[in-house]
Design a protein around this ligand. Structure first.
Ligand code: NAD
Ligand code: UDP
Length: 312
């Protein structure tokens, strides 16, 4: 198979590149490095089945030769990143999705969209199942990301219905693991970086808001399984084990053995109060559920951050 991955130099995208190469496929990675890291793909550059195309997917993309699947993962993804690049985020979710769908259609390839739990906004239904339509503030600071992904889902379904394209929508919940950026502003890299530097851990609000963290290897397995189904409906992929952010900060502090304090900072606008995936559909359709316990996933991620901080 020949697989195109937009955002292939990012955190999730680079793990997808690695997985498809390991499975013996050819990978074409498309990235403009707005939030991605060249180091993420350096290990693949020697592989003859790997190609890098430096390109902004908001501009049309022509790829020579056959393509079996297009996985659209390009987008700033952490709140700090999409608030820093609001217009680029809206463009890559709209124009970028249109171009990626156009490529898939031209090649009669499958298409998989990286959607997000953010389409549920600050949810009034808990846990979140795929039939919940969400509670999003379109003009709030998170709206640029949430609405771009909601548009991307609508566009994907339109290509499926109008052109009969084989499309898939993964609603990805908070995922973590090696190759996250230490400075992406998300809770996990912030807490680990702060603990390792001996700085206070910054919990926003009173820390009673919840999230559910999925280890990257579990997510990648779910994505690969979804790609080869006939399911065009959205599928939640995430770990249903829910934790408050304050507990999460304490877990990380304990794991690092650090002596830092926890300090409380203002809660950002529209920060979802709760988040936990209902993964019934993924269980039934894909026979999938997360396997990596949080402590183990956190330890592997901590080892990674220790290594890169040590390296410079
Ligand atoms: P990331 O920032 O590490 O990766 C995104 C990649 O897309 C980067 O390499 C970036 O340079 C690239 N990119 C952005 N705009 C581009 C453009 N116009 N053209 C080409 N490349 C572009 O983020 P991530 O955490 O790996 O997220 C990947 C995808 O998964 C995103 O679409 C995100 O919305 C989705 N997602 C991630 C999570 C998560 O917990 N990490 C949760 C839900 C959804
Ligand atoms: N958060 C925090 N301290 C930080 C970074 C984030 O308390 O240094 C909180 C944030 O307000 C949110 C949760 O942790 O409630 C998860 O934030 P993250 O940016 O990881 O992702 P989100 O799930 O909000 O997209």
């Amino acid at each position: 198979m020949r697989i195109v991955i937009t955002g292939g130099a990012g955190f999730i995208g680079s793990h997808l590149c690695e997985r498809f190469l390991q499975d013996g496929h050819e990978v074409v990675c498309i990235d403009n490095f707005i939030t991605g890291t060249y180091a993420n793909i350096v290990p693949f550059l020697d592989c003859p089945r790997f190609t890098l195309i430096t390109h902004d997917i908001c501009k049309p993309l022509y790829v020579d030769g056959p393509v079996d699947a297009v996985l659209h993962f390009a987008s700033p993804a952490s709140p700090i990143d999409y608030m820093r690049y609001p217009i680029q985020t809206l463009k890559v979710g709209s124009l970028g999705t249109h171009n990626a769908l156009g490529l898939a259609r031209a090649k009669s390839a499958r298409f998989l969209l990286a959607s997000t739990s953010e389409v549920y906004g600050d949810p009034q239904v808990h846990p979140q199942a795929e039939d919940y339509w969400g509670h999003v503030n379109p003009i709030g600071v998170r709206g640029v990301y949430d609405e771009a992904k909601r548009f991307a889902e609508a566009m994907t379904m339109a290509y499926h219905r109008c052109h009969g394209l084989r499309t898939h929508i993964a609603r990805i919940f908070n995922t973590y693991g090696p190759r996250m950026r230490l400075d992406d502003g998300r809770a996990l890299p912030n807490f680990m970086g702060q603990a390792l530097r001996g700085e206070p851990l910054t919990v926003y609000g009173d820390g009673s808001q919840t999230r559910s963290f999925c280890y990257i290897d579990d997510l990648v397995e779910g994505l690969v399984r979804l790609l080869w189904t006939d399911c065009a409906e959205p599928v939640n992929l995430g770990n249903p084990e829910e934790v408050t952010i304050l507990e999460f900060a304490r877990e990380i502090l304990e794991l690092t053995g650090g002596k830092s304090q926890i300090v409380f900072c203002p809660l950002p606008q529209d920060d979802p109060r709760v988040r936990r995936p209902d993964i019934t559909r993924a269980r039934q359709l894909l026979g999938w559920e997360p396997k990596v316990p949080r402590r183990e996933g956190l330890q592997r991620t901590l080892d990674y951050f220790r290594r890169i901080m040590h390296a410079g």
